[in-house]
Design a protein around this ligand. Structure first.
Ligand code: SF4
Length: 248
């Protein structure tokens, strides 16, 4: 990659808050083949492989991002994956929900938030909207996760996994450019805001990812636990704020 495109490319990711980049590992045996070739006839230095898939931020699209992800093996989460879960919903949505990562049902179907937590999220969106007089269906919003592959035993994604896969999330958000983002749970809040505080401290107030307002609220899987009645009420309050900001 020439210096100028590389500079623009790195600036774009710096603006998105990405602090480190990774190189695509050469295929097995590549180093030995290069050494053999160099012994036979010295070669000019090999150009570095692109750090990330080539990107023109101005004309980026969800289709290009999905194509760039490909059959991704960039982090260890690919090892247990059945289906990669990219995102679902309206590509021109005014509201995007960001969760943590796929669970078992999502991994099986390749669609985010389709298990019990997903059904609760759908109910929360549609019931709250109806009560507030806003005609909104789940398919009108866009839903995705910080990591696209299921972490083993549904563990929290590791920081390096969030950073690598989060670059695709940031591109999705930049392309859709919704009027607001709702971060579901602490992992989404950390990825978007870089904040370490828990949801209880962050929820209920507006934050920001670039120029887009972000509301943090509880992940629906937390709300499914029977002793979290207060959290349910708070999540409904958070959602009401989001819906009125976006659709009033
Ligand atoms: S979680 Fe993201 S970065 Fe990791 S393998 Fe899956 S798509 Fe690639």
């Amino acid at each position: 990659m020439n210096a100028e495109p590389l500079r623009r490319y790195l600036e774009f990711y710096r603006d998105l808050g990405v602090k480190s980049l990774y190189r695509v590992a050469p295929p097995p045996g590549a180093a030995a083949r290069v050494r053999d070739r160099q012994e036979a006839a010295p070669l000019p230095p090999e150009p570095m492989l692109p750090i990330l898939p080539s990107l023109s931020p101005e004309d980026d699209t969800l289709e290009k991002i999905r194509a760039d992800i490909g059959d991704c093996t960039r982090c260890r989460l690919h090892q247990g994956r059945n289906k990669l879960v990219f995102g679902d919903g309206n590509p021109q949505a005014r509201l995007v929900f960001v969760g943590e990562g796929p669970g078992a049902d999502e991994d099986a179907q390749g669609i985010p938030f389709v298990g019990r937590a997903g059904q609760l999220l759908t109910q929360m969106i549609e019931n709250t909207a109806r009560k507030e007089g806003i005609p909104l269906r789940r398919e009108d919003v866009y839903i995705c996760n910080v990591v696209k592959c299921r972490p083993p035993e549904n563990r929290t994604p590791e920081p390096d996994e969030m950073e690598i896969c989060g670059q695709f999330l940031f591109r999705q958000l930049a392309v859709i450019h919704p009027k607001a983002i709702c971060a579901l749970g602490g992992t989404a809040a950390r990825a978007l805001l870089g904040r370490k505080e828990g949801v209880t401290r962050l929820r209920g107030n507006w934050h920001g990812w670039r120029d887009i307002p972000v509301m943090v609220t509880y992940h629906p899987s937390y709300l499914l636990r029977p002793y979290n009645q207060n959290a349910k009420r708070e999540a409904w309050e958070d959602l009401k704020k989001v819906l009125h900001l976006v659709y009033d």
